[in-house]
Design a protein around this ligand. Structure first.
Ligand code: TYD
Ligand code: MG
Length: 474
């Protein structure tokens, strides 16, 4: 007889229980348990995985603990990674921590339309061409539609197989028979597992499908690349549990109006989460950008003088330094002081403005001040303080900062310029890009005089406080 049963599932961690709890027994979140009804007869749900039976059908479990020395025999190439440098440079490979680890489950998240399918189709083609057979499964598009995209990307490899399916068991059965070098699933929101509560894209389905894919990857040693759409609240399809299950979480980001894309590592069991990949979306797919600093500068090729209120800061993202532009606009005569900041922490901006007033003597009190960081990047490092201060001074004094000057220093409450982390790396990036002058804290200037990079030597100017900076720049 068919019996309807209730199961309560935590939308945060995916814990399921026959009974409702105000506080999830697993992750401790409050009010996250939601009720689902299952139609399946007599299925035992209390306190256990809803879909265990469904998954057992195709993946046998390890029978018993195994001897360590037996394991050694199996993992000869344990440290081998699938190399991924191709048309997009080594951006993907570096973000993954040096290549794709066999048997890993990698989640690639991002807004709809940002280019996830494009990126993974390119990655799939690359692996197919270099290593061997890859299956690209889409639950969103027909094989003809995927073929269409592949044609735009000029993919010609014989080893790439397309599969349009949404049934995880069906997908994995085929995958197991094909024994590919990698499996791509586009996307986690469109696939489902039979016997699991809810429709595809729902919390339980997403969680259970991901868990099944993780078991498949570990069992077969086939790496699985999984696409996940980011919902309006910013996380991938609701449950954060997804990020706990997978080995690697990457986010592909980009602004609607810009062709630039950033690939960021948010979690990586096999490498650092410090790396950032930079791409440009072109007619023929994503291309790696070798000199990412260019993208953050408003118009690096224009010959006109800088406008007043523009200053260049150097920020670190992972192991690489980036140049970004800070814009300031001071409007005199505002009866009340308005401060609008975008990309800079409001309290930090307030502090810098107060220090300029008090320690450098600029009468900013009667000004409305607007601050903006070009490209929508957030300037969270104190190393950008001096550039913010310089931009404000430049706008207030109506004196443009000459081209080719970069600013690196933290500003203290006394107006003094302080050391920042990885100063040498920042300065050498500035030098490599052909900048003429770099303003740094005085104490550090001597030890940096050796740094060369561009065709001509860059002048390193040490300043001990804001006043000295103003005197040497304006
Ligand atoms: P897509 O990979 O489908 O995004 P997602 O899977 O994240 O939803 O690509 C989205 C956009 O990229 C689409 O509007 C078309 C554009 N695009 C290019 O500009 N060049 C290309 O070579 C391809 C394949 C797509
Ligand atoms: Mg897509």
């Amino acid at each position: 007889k068919k019996k309807s049963r209730s199961v309560h599932v935590c939308s945060s961690c995916g814990y399921s229980d026959g009974q409702w709890w105000g506080t999830c027994k697993q992750c401790g979140e409050v009010g996250t348990m939601k009720r689902f009804t299952t139609e399946s007869a007599g299925q035992k749900v209390t306190g256990m995985r809803v879909s265990d039976n469904a998954i057992r059908s195709w993946v046998p479990r390890e029978a018993a603990p195994v001897k360590l020395t037996d394991v050694y025999g199996r993992v000869d190439n344990a440290n081998w990674r699938i190399p991924l440098h191709g048309e997009f440079g080594d951006e993907v490979e570096r973000v993954l921590g040096g290549g794709l680890v066999p048997g890993s489950l990698v989640l690639v998240g991002g807004d709809p339309g940002v280019g996830k399918s494009t990126l993974l189709l390119q990655v799939a083609a690359l692996i197919a061409e270099r290593i061997g057979r890859v299956i690209y499964v889409s639950g969103e598009e027909s094989v003809e539609q995927i073929g269409n995209r592949a044609d735009r990307l000029s993919i010609e490899t014989e080893e790439l197989f397309l599969h349009s399916s949404t049934d995880v068991e069906d997908i994995l059965e085929h995958a197991q028979r094909f024994s590919p070098k990698a499996l791509v699933i586009d996307s986690i929101q469109t696939v489902y597992l039979n016997g699991v509560t809810g429709s595809s894209g729902g919390d339980v389905q997403v969680k259970e499908c991901t868990a099944a894919l993780q078991r498949f990857a570990k069992k077969t040693n086939i790496p699985v690349l999984l696409i996940g759409h980011v919902t309006k609240t910013g996380d991938i399809a609701g449950p954060r549990v997804l990020e706990h299950i997978v080995d690697v979480v990457l986010y592909l980001e980009g602004e609607k109006m810009s062709s630039h894309r950033l690939l960021r590592s948010v979690k990586n069991r096999f490498g650092s989460t410090e790396e950032l990949g930079v791409f440009k979306m072109s007619q023929s797919g994503l291309q790696g950008i070798l000199n990412p600093s260019e993208m953050f500068l408003a118009d690096p090729h224009s010959d006109s003088d800088y406008l007043a209120g523009l200053a260049v800061a150097v920020i670190m993202d992972g192991s690489r330094a980036f140049l970004i532009e800070v814009q300031a606009l001071c409007v005199a005569g505002s009866s009340s002081v308005v401060r609008h900041v975008n990309g800079v922490q409001g309290s930090r901006a307030d502090m810098i403005i107060s220090v300029i007033i008090k320690q450098a003597g600029l009468k900013l009190q009667e000004n409305g001040i607007f601050l903006n960081v070009v490209s929508g990047v957030s300037l969270t490092e104190t190393a950008g303080d001096l550039a913010i201060a310089a931009a404000i001074c430049s706008s207030f004094l109506e004196s443009p900062i000459p081209r080719g000057i970069a600013f690196i220093a933290e500003v203290g409450l006394g107006g003094e310029l302080r050391m920042v982390a990885q100063l040498e790396k920042r300065v050498s990036t500035v030098a490599k890009l052909g900048y003429k002058k770099c303003i740094v804290p005085k104490l550090a200037a001597n030890s940096l005089s050796e740094i060369q990079g561009g065709p001509e030597a860059m002048e390193i100017v040490g300043c001990s406080n804001l006043k000295e900076m103003i005197n040497s720049v304006f």
